[in-house]
Structures are given as structure tokens and as C-alpha cells.
Ligand binder design. Sequence first.
Ligand code: SF4
Length: 447
Amino acid sequence: MALKGLDIFKLTPKTNCKECGNPTCMAFSMKVAQGAIPIEKCPYLTEDVLAQVSDATAPPMKTIKVGTGENEHNLGGETVLQRHEKTFVNKNIYAVTVSNAEGAKNEEVFASVEAIDYSRISERMYIEAVFAKYDEKGSKELYLELVKKAADTKRLVIIDCKDTGVAKAALELIKDTKPVLNGANAENYAEMSALAKEYDVVLGVAGNGIEELHDTIEKIEADGNKNLLIDLGTKSIKDAFANAVLIRRGAILGQDRSFGYPSIADVGGLAKGNRVLETALASLFTMKYGSIVVMENMSYSQALPLYGLRQNIFTDPQKPMKVEPGIYRLNGADENSVCMTTVDFALTYFIVSGEIERSGVPCNLLISDAGGYSVLTAWAAGKLSASSLAKFFEENDIEGQIKNRTLVIPGKVAVLKGEIQEKLPGWDIVVGSNEAVQIVKFLQDYK
Ligand code: SF4
């Protein structure tokens, strides 16, 4: 069927179309408008129409892929300004800075990249990127060495360099890792964009003021490059934050596609050596609206609150945070240690495990899949029951892994004791404390 432009909307198939599954073109169009079905499902659209309609129905902010393999990250793609409106889609990543400038503490930075790497609620918390800052007064050879070393850390590398010659040499060195080239501005955008296209990497664009930034992005887009990041700049904290908010509002509320790109916030550059200010700014730009938050360096005391904040902001408020079901051996517990159980709701897990650790009593904490609810809610919803526990014991071969046969259940579900006893013959079911705060005393008395 050769159809052109909006002629397709005149079609009214008697039965559902075998191509898109809809009864009419209008029904199909409604679903396209809601984002429920991609426009490409209709094979009768001409390429021109497809291009026009795709642009009009594209999300307000692009999702930009950076890095490669294990080290690939999606940035942007957000559809709302506030997390409580719906959800944020792609969490920001953190970078630390190495530089060929005099006095740069590069070894300390590389040591942090190695050291900060831990897991919380099934999420890996680590420094995802290295920001390689080029100082024109510094040595070019040293810069290239740093870029190579940054790539060897197996993190995303951001080549922050406005000199096209040096940028090309750096790209040539680590092109396979798909680094970000952060270097375009009003003067050099044509060469930088050509370079980014040649190496197929994302280009960071900066501007002296928001109008110049917008103009430069439009020019790069007109040249066919829409694989961009927006550098919020380091002129002043006020300017960088105003840029972040205006750009995101322009994209989401104003549907300004030239601002519909993720951003880079160099908070290390803004804080100028003040580590406390740097931490405060990193949390500010985690909330609004840095996609890559660049720090000078990162210590554990900075990482713990920042990653916790990020985890809070970038998880779906509709979905509870859960820990993985399994056996958590606390205080050096082994197969002969007593067992306790509670639900998989992350907050409950951390409170209960913290109290068990405080007691110093070796204990196998058994976490079953309780839907991510708290104890009483899980019980009321049928997610924590004698059957669910028996199923968990069977599926995880608890009896094969643990010789001890005492299981302490939360005091709030004492009512389940009899049923659990029936389902787990051979086990001594003990009713534990009502509140987590009583666990230390309970375990010490029990011992
Ligand atoms: Fe109409 Fe195209 Fe869907 Fe067929 S595939 S019903 S022509 S929109």
C-alpha cells in the first residue's frame, strides 16, 4: 500500500490491522501520542513523514549513551522535573579529576577510584568516571599518559580539552572505550563536532552564558550532531546552578529540544579546593540536574552520603527498596549459629542487621522474598507466612547449609509460630522481640 503523509489516517480497517494490531489508524495515532507504541509500527508511512512525526513525538530529553561494555551508562532521558511527579529514569554518575596542571594530586585520585567500590541494597557504589582536565600550560605528554592511565582504570573517561590537536591524540589513544569529548565552545565547535563524529563519541558543549550555549548547540545540531552533553560551566556557582535549572525547565516544560541533553557539572572546579563546599554542591547537582557530577577527588566520608542520596532520588518511589533474599551471616556466623528471619524491605533489613551486629552474637539472618514490605504489611498481604518461609527454606536448601535448628521470628508475627512449626518440622521456632531495638538484649539473654 503506497500511502503518503497523513493519508493513512483515512484508513479504517474492518478488523484489527495485522501490522499494528489496532482497529483504526486513529486508535494507533492515539497510542503513538501516549508513547505506548512506536510510530515505526505502521509500515505505510513515508520516510519524510516518519522523520517529521518522530521528531514531534520524541521525548523532551534525549537518552545519551556513554562508555562501552561494563562501563556503559545511560544519561538523561528524563521526563519530569521533580522525582515525586513520576520517577527519574537514569541516575547521575560521579567522576573524579586528574590533570596535567602543576600540583595535581593524580596518584591520590587514582587510589580513590580503586578504593571506593562497595555494594548497598544490591547496587554497586563506585566512581564511574575519570575527568581528565587539560591545562594548556602543562605537558601534553603527561596529559596523554593520564588519559591512558584513566582508561586503564576501566572507568568512563571524560576528555576535558579545548585544544583539538591534543583532543584528537587523546581520542586516538582510548577510542575503543568510547570516552566523552568535553571541549566544544562557540569558537571551536565545528572542529570539535567533526572530531566527535569521526570517533563516534559524545560531545560536551560549553558556552559563555546561556544564550551562547543555546546558539552553539543549535549550530552543532544543524551540522547533524545530536549526540551531546551540556557543560554547565565553572564561572560561578550561581551561574552553573541557574544554567542547570533553566536548561532542564526549557527541555521538559518548554519542549526546547536543543536543551534536551544531559549535563556535566564540574563541582570540583566550582568549589576550588573547599571539600565541604564540594560535597554540598555535589549533593545539590545530584538533585538538580547534573548527569555527570565531577569532583576533585572523593573520600569515603563524601561517598557514603552522596551515593545514599543518589539511591534515594533515582529509585522509583512506587517500588520499595529491597535486599536480595538469602542467608546473611553476621558476626562471623557459621552453620551452627542461631537463625533469625525478617523481611526483605531494605530499611527493616538494615535496622535489624545493625542491631544483630551490635549484639555481637553470631547469627544467620535469613531473608525471604516478602515483596519489599515491612513485617506487619508483608504479613497482612500474605507475603510473610508459614508457606512463604517453607518455600524459601526449600528453594535455598537452608537445611543443607545450616545445622542449627533454631529460628527466631519477629515478635510482631508471633501469631505465625504454630503454622511455621508445622511447616518446618525439626525446627525450634522462637518468638523474638517486638522491636529491633530490643534485639541486642534478646540475643544476649538467649545466648
Ligand atoms: Fe493504520 Fe498503519 Fe495501523 Fe494499518 S499499520 S491500522 S495503516 S496505522
